[in-house]
Design a protein around this ligand. Structure first.
Ligand SMILES: Cc1cc2nc3c(=O)[nH]c(=O)nc-3n(C[C@H](O)[C@H](O)[C@H](O)COP(=O)(O)OP(=O)(O)OC[C@H]3O[C@@H](n4cnc5c(N)ncnc54)[C@H](O)[C@@H]3O)c2cc1C
Length: 389
């Protein structure tokens, strides 16, 4: 057992940190200004420019298999990269990646959707949630009914990340109502790849964060049979895989943000004087800093464990839920303390803390709420799927 990053991992971490400090952090003021003026966080073309710079530094397709031109660095490296990039709120993503479930596509689907997504020519989104079915996917109502050699999709999806920008959606629809009910929602649904040009529409949903997901409307959207991703009636498994991947990444991002914010609080605690002393000399402040540092460290190990387990080819879902649950809550606790340590300044829009505070609240909700993660973890233990110790 080796509880340190390898030389290679350490080198990647340092390189990404340099990239974040040189290319992303200097954009933070512009991002804040744009968002406050109701404009997109980054001007058009800026993401592509940044992705190109990252590619020149060797970071493209971080987790994409080599046969698709990616670096295929593995999950541990992905965790390290995500923690580093989350040190800024500038909404940057490395180029050269695609949703994990698109790799299940047949050759034609890979050519039409997977490869253009990796190349940055097409944008995707994944749609499971509906107004009446979030945690409880047994209530899915969107249907796909066979019509000749096509399927007609009807229904509404909600809170779909990237749904306003996407060129195509991987949408989960009920294809066999009886099977869906009998199997408690685990079967009887199918994943369809539907191009925007096939007729679905999106509506922006305003949230307390700086970007909005979309409601997607399907009104007799005609999708050809060849656009079924995976097997008919087995779309739920794909859905779980899509959500499961994103889960522990939420924990990783919370670690990165919390580290940066705690550093801000430490600097402020050393500088800000009240009653003749820096506030950092008060136990009330010291304990907030200590608790935050301990929680960040704990979350980091949970995230690395989830990533390591996956790299071993093992089922990491239990650890992914732990990393997500603890990481998301840690992130919210730390940001709250950092805001408190900054006093009134923390509450202003002169500092980015309030922005992070609003964004962090989402971590406890999407990709499975806190309550659902607790349900998964406790069920695994109570049913003996996972043993303590
Ligand atoms: C910004 C944003 C982006 C999102 N992106 C996507 C996306 O790209 N694709 C997608 O498909 N979905 C997406 N979602 C949906 C997200 O995954 C759901 O909002 C989430 O799963 C919760 O579902 P819900 O909102 O319907 O809440 P509900 O399921 O109605 O839950 C309401 C409350 O009850 C609790 N609860 C529910 N069931 C139980 C239970 N059995 N025991 C105890 N408590 C319970 C929940 O934890 C929650 O606190 C996104 C959501 C948001 C806000």
């Amino acid at each position: 057992m080796h509880l340190r990053l390898t030389d290679e991992q350490e080198m990647v971490r340092k390189t990404i940190r340099k990239f974040v400090e040189k290319e992303l952090i200097p954009l933070e003021n512009d991002v804040l200004r744009n968002e406050r003026e109701g404009k997109p966080s980054l001007p058009e073309g800026k993401m592509e420019e940044l992705q190109q710079k990252a590619e020149e530094a060797g970071f493209w397709g971080i987790n994409t298999p080599a046969e698709y031109g990616g670096a295929d660095l593995g999950q541990m490296m992905l965790a390290i990269v995500q923690m580093e990039v989350a040190r800024t709120f500038v909404p940057f993503q490395f180029g050269g990646s695609a949703d994990n479930i698109l790799y299940y596509g047949n050759e034609q689907q890979k050519e039409t959707y997977l490869i253009p997504t990796i190349q940055g020519e097409k944008k995707s989104c994944f749609a499971m949630t509906e107004p009446g079915a979030g945690s409880d996917t047994r209530n899915l109502r969107t249907t796909a009914v066979k019509d000749g050699s096509d399927w007609l999709i009807n229904g509404e999806k909600t809170f779909i990340t990237g749904g306003n920008e996407a060129d195509f959606v991987m949408v989960i629809a009920v294809t066999n109502k009886e099977l869906h009910q009998e199997s408690q929602g685990r079967k009887g649904v199918t994943c369809f790849i539907a191009d925007r040009s096939m007729g679905w529409e999106s509506e922006y949903i305003h949230t307390m964060g700086e970007w909005g997901p979309a409601a997607l409307i399907f009104d007799n959207v005609r999708v050809p049979e060849e656009n079924i991703l995976g097997e008919i009636d087995h779309g739920y498994d794909l859905g779980l895989e899509w959500i499961g991947f994103a889960r522990w990444i939420v924990g990783a991002r919370a670690v990165g943000a919390a580290e940066r914010l705690l550093n801000m609080a430490i600097d402020y605690a050393n500088e800000r004087e009240t009653f003749g002393k820096p506030i950092g000399e008060r136990q009330a402040i010291q304990w907030q800093i200590a608790d935050s540092a301990v929680e960040i460290e704990a979350a980091k190990w949970l995230v690395l464990n989830a990533a390591f387990t996956l790299d071993q080819g093992e089922d990491n879902r239990h650890y992914a839920s732990m990393a997500k649950l603890y990481g998301a809550n840690m992130g919210n606790n730390v940001i709250d303390r950092v805001l408190q340590i900054h006093g009134g300044m923390g509450y202003t829009r002169e500092l980015p803390i309030e922005r992070w505070y609003r964004e962090a609240r989402l971590w406890r909700i999407y990709d499975g709420t806190d309550e659902i993660q607790r349900l998964i973890i406790s069920r695994n233990l109570l049913k003996g799927h996972v043993k303590i110790g």
